[in-house]
Design a binder for this molecule. Structure first.
Ligand code: AMP
Ligand code: TRP
Length: 324
């Protein structure tokens, strides 16, 4: 039997090139070897989204990004988390084997407390437990994620070990799968390209928007004048060239160091390369966006297929916990 892959993304915005390089490329590649299950995690989004009006739209936007990037609905299950409510039941059961001290230490929790001090809700503390429920409900062996998600995956593994220890071998301890670009920095120089902070380039951006965004990005702060030699190793534009301009990367490094190329030209080149690399994806995305009924079909079918696996796992879990 094929091994299984599971991953998810929060529908709080469209997917950006950080998601693409850090995770989506693996989502697509892993389809060759694994049975893949990909989920738009709307319940997770609720932990930081007070105005839920855009939720339905974002659910679909993410599915468009994924399909355009090459997810294949024949082989792969794509669904919306809340359409398979069994995950919430498993979340409650897993919460009984998760010490609160583990959750209080999670770096993303601490960050959220800083980011939204007025909304430190109960769901936020349990976020990694819900993520563990996602992964284990589908008995995933491999979880493609960006680097920021590693602490969550480690916690899933600890929860699985504890559960299996207490109730017998039931759940699978998954492993993480990173790409060669596991953390794309933000255009504003922040640690991570993210959706809400507006420092990202959406996959769905037009070529013009892409260029404008790149032009506003911060570069090497020590390079103030055109003739100053640059430090590509600390420049986020250079790191993006690493993927989008792979064949020219040695030249770009040298030209920047020798001040032969200025930041403006270097950015223009990057915008051009991003746009040519994403051209086919963007075309496919617009075609799919014109067929909303098709997206509904994909999601209905995905939820049905996911639910079959979910029910079976939940049944085993409840049996082993002596609930049934
Ligand atoms: P999100 O859209 O934030 O729910 O994230 C979906 C996936 O993309 C997760 O596996 C993240 O780890 C990954 N991801 C998000 N932002 C980045 C980034 N800036 N660099 C690399 N991977 C990322
Ligand atoms: N926490 C992940 C993120 O913010 C999203 C997510 C939820 C996820 N459940 C998951 C990722 C299960 C991988 C596996 O990006």
């Amino acid at each position: 039997m094929k091994k299984r892959v599971f991953s998810g993304a929060r529908p709080t915005a469209r997917q950006h090139i950080g998601n693409y390089l850090g995770a989506i490329q693996n989502y697509v590649a892993l389809q060759e070897e694994y049975e893949c299950v990909y989920c738009v995690v709307d319940i997770h989004a609720l932990t930081s989204m007070e105005d839920t009006r855009p939720l339905q739209e974002y659910n679909r936007e993410i599915v468009l990004d994924w399909l355009a990037a090459g997810m294949d609905t024949e082989r792969t299950i794509i669904f919306i988390q809340s359409h398979v409510p069994e995950v919430m039941e498993l979340h409650t059961l897993l919460s009984m084997v998760t010490p609160l001290s583990w959750l209080m230490r999670v770096p993303t929790f601490k960050e959220k407390v800083k980011q939204q001090p007025e909304n430190v809700n109960y769901g936020l503390v349990g976020y990694p437990v819900l993520q563990a429920a996602d992964i284990t409900l589908y008995k995933a062996d491999v979880v493609p994620i960006g680097e920021d998600q590693l602490p969550h995956l480690e916690l899933t593994r600890e929860i699985v070990r504890r559960f299996n220890n207490q109730f017998g071998e039931t759940l699978i301890e998954p492993v993480a799968k990173l790409t060669s670009f596991p953390r794309i920095v933000g255009l504003d120089g922040s640690d991570k390209m993210g959706k809400t902070s507006g420092n990202a380039i959406e996959l769905a951006a037009t070529p013009e928007e892409t260029e404008v965004r790149i032009m506003t990005a911060v570069t090497d702060p020590a390079r103030r004048y055109r003739n100053d030699p640059g430090h590509p190793e600390v420049c986020n534009i250079y790191s993006l060239h690493g993927y989008f301009s792979e064949s020219q990367i040695a030249d770009i490094f040298r030209q920047c160091r020798a001040a032969e190329i200025g930041c403006v030209d270097c950015k223009k080149l990057l915008a051009e390369h991003i746009n040519s690399s994403l051209r086919a994806l963007r075309e496919k995305r617009s075609e799919l966006a014109a067929r909303p009924e098709y997206i509904t079909e994909v999601l209905t079918d995905g939820a049905q297929r996911a639910r079959i696996i979910a029910r079976e796992t939940l049944h085993q879990v409840k049996q082993n916990m002596r609930l049934i």
